[in-house]
Design a protein around this ligand. Structure first.
Ligand SMILES: [Zn+2]
Length: 376
């Protein structure tokens, strides 16, 4: 499935003396995870740790099953050929849930390299509140049972505003307000659980598996809701109230189309696939083009100030390619370039995601990988 894992997310907390070993261990794991098999001498060089420290950490990782010895490299230099050490993605499995679709909750079992090994879904049937949390628990339990390796953790991408403890502060579609989802799942399944906003985990997926480069990346998820995840210098921007990237209800057109939030002219009213498809239906090709152009222009208007303010180098659109690609993407790109200074607009990459429908499942796995192993 996914391509080579990418660079590390930057740790957001300071390393305390007692944590040095954990930090060093994650440096070694990250290097094996993203750069592939290496000798112990290579690892010492790239991590700047001593050969003795590397030796001890590698032994520990081998004992835990996270690293394996892979034989020797053909000798390019004089002397004893070095033994290569590699990350073992089958050491454990991860369970991921994507709670963003309207009709179903989706889930998967993945290995540590982000390869999807099994998927399952459960119809939501309009369930909200505790019943929706129960449905998510049932799906997670089914997937934990299917995992053929120890489960490292459960990652969840949820719609709405989610705090750093995995409490869904507000998700109107699911009628969740202060739902302690991480705690609910943890108590039911006795496994570490990490929950984050769906658009934020989609950004993590682009970082680790989608080839997003550069230090300023915005990933816009265009689904039932429209929201962005922003990574600056390898750190996910959460914001003052955990609502960074909630740009779906920015008004981009006045007067505009009516929106579910009760106002009109919101970006979401223009962009969300159900609205967009309804407006395209029964129209001539030229009229359809006009609708897509208008939606792309609205998107460009909303994105331009964010791109300028944060000096972003890359914007990734994660939505149905038949709607979001083509004219819509072109109109958005043209609008952004017209509205920002050439220094920001010219080098900007605005593109479609290649992960699309799996991005939230993959990103939820990154939540677990980064929290439990320090790799991403
Ligand atoms: Zn709105």
């Amino acid at each position: 499935m996914p391509a080579t894992p990418g660079r590390a997310l930057r740790p957001t907390t300071k390393v305390m003396p007692g944590q040095a070993r954990i930090y060093n261990r994650s440096l070694v794991l990250q290097s094996l995870y993203s750069d592939g098999p290496q000798s112990r001498a290579d690892l010492a060089r790239v991590t700047s740790l001593t050969p003795v420290t590397i030796g001890a950490l590698v032994s520990e990782l081998i004992t835990e099953g996270l690293a394996v010895e892979l034989g020797t490299r053909s000798a390019a230099r004089v002397g004893k050929p070095a033994t290569l050490v590699g990350f073992d993605p089958s050491a454990a499995h991860i369970v991921s849930l994507d709670l963003s679709p309207d009709a179903v909750f989706r889930g998967a079992v993945l290995d540590l390299a982000g390869t999807i090994l099994a998927t399952a879904e459960i119809p939501r049937g309009g369930r909200t509140g505790q019943a929706a949390a129960d449905a998510a628990t049932e799906l997670a339990r089914d997937l934990v049972d299917r995992a053929e390796r120890p489960v490292l953790g459960i990652g969840v991408g949820s719609p709405g505003v989610v705090d750093s403890e995995g409490v869904v502060l507000s998700a109107p579609n699911l009628a969740w307000s202060g739902m302690p989802l991480a705690e609910v799942l943890n108590q039911a399944l006795d496994t570490p659980v990490y929950v984050a906003n769906d658009a934020n985990v989609a950004a993590l997926a682009e970082h680790s598996f989608g080839g997003a480069t550069g230090s300023g990346v915005l990933v816009l998820t265009i689904g039932l809701g429209v929201g962005a995840g922003i990574l600056l210098d390898g750190v996910l921007v959460r914001g003052d109230r955990f609502a960074a990237g909630e740009i779906g209800h920015l008004i981009v057109e006045e007067p505009g189309l009516p929106c579910v939030c009760g106002r009109s002219g919101c970006l979401e009213a223009q962009l969300s696939p159900p609205h967009l498809r309804a407006r395209l239906e029964g129209r001539s090709a030229a009229e359809q083009e006009e609708v897509l152009n208008q939606a792309g222009t609205g998107l460009g208007i909303a994105l331009a100030p964010v791109i300028s303010t944060l000096d972003l180098g890359e914007v990734v659109l994660n939505g149905p390619p038949d709607l979001v690609g083509g004219s819509l993407l072109e109109a958005a790109t043209t609008t952004v370039r017209r509205r920002v200074l050439p220094v920001a607009g010219k080098p900007l990459v605005l593109r479609l995601s290649t992960l699309h429908e799996n991005s939230i499942l993959l990103g939820s796995a990154v939540l677990v990988l980064s929290s439990e192993l320090g790799v991403s």
